[in-house]
Write a protein that binds this ligand. Structure first.
Ligand code: HEM
Ligand code: HEM
Length: 140
């Protein structure tokens, strides 16, 4: 059962990486002046998958830790970074849904959205490192 959470978060991070690649194409066309194609619907789909799984996986990690160990907040940096991700997840999803529903020419909001979500992606990569340490210290 302890493997469910790492598996979900790894899948989420792959989806997030792909969403970031697609978003990068948009960034190049909007702010750098290159001619690129932005697969809008696909970006929204994979972005949604990543954000939903990250959030669901976070709750799942808490639940499984509680079921297996009867305690939470024993994983140090792993849970600390997880909680720091929560406000970024909210900003990333809300800004994304808003821009998807009301299409318009914008500069600041897409940059905020992209920066926030790229930061999330880096934090998710870092969670792989600390999550692996949790496996070595507490699971294996
Ligand atoms: C891991 C998740 C995500 C990442 C890494 C990401 C990244 C990005 C990046 C880098 C851009 C380009 C920003 C710019 O041009 O300055 C962008 C644009 C956009 N994203 Fe996301 N995004 C994610 C999730 C989402 C979600 C969940 C939605 C909607 C539900 C969404 C909707 C959009 C839309 C509509 C744009 C185009 C905005 C515009 O240029 O008007 N994104 N995203
Ligand atoms: C965005 C990515 C991730 C988030 C937000 C996240 C969040 C969390 C949270 C909140 C807990 C509960 C900690 C506690 O109560 O002390 C947890 C537990 C745990 N995490 Fe993560 N995590 C992520 C990715 C990963 C990855 C990639 C791995 C493995 C390589 C991993 C391995 C673990 C393990 C082994 C536990 C112990 C309980 C369990 O297996 O469910 N996590 N995680």
């Amino acid at each position: 059962m302890l493997w469910i959470h790492p598996a979900i978060q790894l899948i989420a991070t792959v989806a997030g990486f792909y969403a970031a690649y697609l978003g990068g194409e948009r960034f190049l066309s909007q702010h750098v002046g290159l001619r690129t194609q932005f697969l809008w619907k696909r970006h929204v789909l994979f972005g949604r998958i990543a954000m939903l799984l990250w959030l669901g996986g976070l709750l799942g990690g808490l639940i499984i830790a509680r079921l297996k160990w009867q305690v939470n907040f024993i994983t140090g940096e792993h849970y600390e970074v997880a909680f720091a991700m929560v406000p970024l997840l909210v900003v990333g999803v809300v800004s994304g849904i808003y821009m998807d529903r009301r299409k318009a020419k914008r500069t600041a909001l897409p940059i905020l959205h992209g920066a926030c979500n790229l930061l999330l992606l880096f934090m998710a990569f870092y969670q792989i490192k600390t999550g692996w340490q949790v496996i070595q210290n507490l699971v294996l």
